[in-house]
Every structure is written in C-alpha cells, then in structure tokens.
Write a protein that binds this ligand. Structure first.
Ligand SMILES: [Zn+2]
Length: 322
C-alpha cells in the first residue's frame, strides 16, 4: 500500500508539476490569477511582452523611470519579483552588469536574454565598440523585432494552450514595428546629410544611427558621445576633447541630453567649443522609456519621440545656417 502511495505521489509530481517548476505565481507583485508571470529587466522588453502576451500574461519591468540598466543592483523586493516570475527576460549582451541582477537572471530556471537571441538570428547585425558588444539593440526597430519570436517561444513553452494567440500577437507587433521603422527611415531622408550628426551623452545610439541616419555606411561618424557604452561618469579630458573636435569638424550646433544621464559632460563640452553649440531642451530616451507625460511611454513612442526631436532640431539648425 505504502509502495502504491509513493508511486502515486511520484506520478503526481512528474505530471502535475511538469508545467511549473518555479514557485507558485502569487506574491505582492503578481496576483494569483492563472496568468503567465513575466518579469523583464527594461521597459523596452516589457512593452514587447505586453503586446505579445495580451490578456494571458501579467508583466512587470524591473528597471523603471530614470534608473540605469547598465549598473542596476537589486533593491528590496526585487528578489521576490524575480523569484515569482515564471519567465525572466533580460537584454544580455552585457547590458545588465550589476552583479546581483546578473546572478539572479543567470540562475532563473526560465531566463531569456533577448539581445543574445537576436544575436543568434542575425549575428552580423550586432555592433562591437572597442571589442565590446553594444547592447543597445532596441534602438533599431527592425533589429528589436528579431526578438519577438524568442518571447513567443518562451510564453508558449509555459502556456502551450495559448501558443496561437502569442504567435498572432507577435506577427501583428512585427508588422507594426516594421512599418514604423520604414516611416522613420523615410522621415530622415528629408534632412540634409550635413545636418544628421548626433551627439548624445553616452554611446547608446549606434544602432539608431546605422538604421536611420546613415545612407553611405558612414554611421560611425554620425553619432558620438563623451561616455562609452555604459554611462559611468568616468570621463577624461581626452573624452571631452574628442567630442569638441568632432563638433568643430562637422560644425554641429546642437547636442542632445539623455533622460537618465547627467548633463555635466555635455555642459563641459559646449563650454569648450569655439563655435556656438546648444544643449537641446528636450531629452532623448536611450536606456529607458519616458513617463506618461513625456510622449515616450511605449517602446515605439520612445523611438518616434527621439526621431521627432532630432528632426525638428536639425531642421531648426539648417534654417539658422542659411
Ligand atoms: Zn546605455
């Protein structure tokens, strides 16, 4: 009899627990409502999850508002959020280099690193800067759309019943993203090539420059920033001088702050320039989406906002120069 009971409990565990090998999905951050629980590190990932998961998924982003995903370390409550999520999605490509966050992601039973999934599909599209992978893949909408299938696959593995729903939502999202991608490319064609030089706070815009600002494979000179791939504030006088020289060489009249990066470096730079350079009064969104007042509170709205601000400022500059 004991033997039968043991056999029965093994059977239950093998088949009853097969769907969920992570803790029961109910916590102060996630309601116990049967929906798939997904935690994403950034709001740009979370927005894709929201579109693909629709009504069958509860989703939260870990790094919100103006916090920096490069250096983010876990705070009180984060362990619980990650622990209760059935799927944890990070960007990878060394974006999340805070040790506590990286450890939790790497040890999650259902972790997905979206940037690395994109890298597997289109390795030649991943930019390296001084031997380091550039993690800012979301800045090119067509490249970010390459991550959709990985999210569809992860959701369908946990919740096969709604796999078709995830697939359809993913297909719709891809179409909307590629349409916006082409629209932005078209919009920049109206701006003279001599105006399309982007100077920002840190190196978050290489993918953007390659996708939207460059027509002759010259994107590397189309975007320059004093801070490297992560805005760590460790600036040398050479970093400042390099940007000052670039502004002078291409006679650039406006630089663009980023919503979550200190403006001190840009202020130093413009005060060292011999010609007149302004700091744009509207920030760009590099590593974080904006709030509901910003007009940049969804992934596509964020990229559209950046494109709009750049276009308007460069048009103003072009008029000043004529
Ligand atoms: Zn960044």
């Amino acid at each position: 009899m004991k033997y039968l009971a043991l056999l029965f409990s093994v059977f239950l565990c093998l088949f009853g627990c097969a769907k969920r090998d992570v803790p029961s999905p109910s916590s102060s951050y996630f309601e116990d409502n049967g929906k798939v629980k997904v935690l994403s590190t950034t709001t740009m990932i979370d927005d894709l999850v929201a579109h693909i998961g629709g009504e069958f998924v509860d989703h939260i982003a870990l790094v919100t508002r103006d916090l920096d995903p490069h250096s983010y370390e876990l705070v009180k409550g984060d362990d619980e959020k990650i622990g209760f999520a059935q799927i944890a999605i990070g960007n990878g490509l060394h974006l999340e280099h805070g040790a506590s966050l990286r450890y939790q992601l790497e040890n999650h039973p259902h972790a997905v690193f979206l940037g690395e999934e994109i890298q597997k599909r289109v390795p030649s599209q991943i930019i390296t800067v001084d031997g380091q992978l550039d993690p800012h893949v979301w800045m090119d909408i067509s490249l970010w759309a390459e991550g959709i299938d990985a999210i569809v696959t992860a959701l369908s593995a946990i919740d096969p019943e709604h796999a078709l729903h995830y697939q359809r939502n993913g297909d719709d999202l891809r179409q909307a993203m590629l349409l916006t991608h082409r629209q932005i490319q078209q919009e920049f064609k109206g701006i003279g090539s001599s105006n399309r030089y982007l100077v920002t706070s840190h190196d978050a815009f290489h993918y953007f420059a390659r996708a939207y600002l460059s027509e002759e494979e010259d994107w590397e000179k189309r975007c320059v920033a004093p801070e490297g791939l992560a805005p760590d504030g460790q600036l040398s006088t050479q970093d400042i001088q390099r940007v000052v020289d670039h502004l002078s060489e291409y006679q650039i009249g406006v630089v663009f702050p980023e919503s979550n990066v200190n403006r001190d470096a840009l202020k130093k730079i413009i005060s060292s320039c011999k010609h007149s350079v302004q700091i744009c009064d509207r920030p760009l969104y590099g590593d974080a989406m904006g709030d509901s007042q910003s007009g940049a509170d969804s992934y596509l709205a964020m990229i559209q906002h950046n494109a709009k601000v750049l276009k308007e400022e460069w048009q103003k500059q072009s008029k000043l120069n004529h």
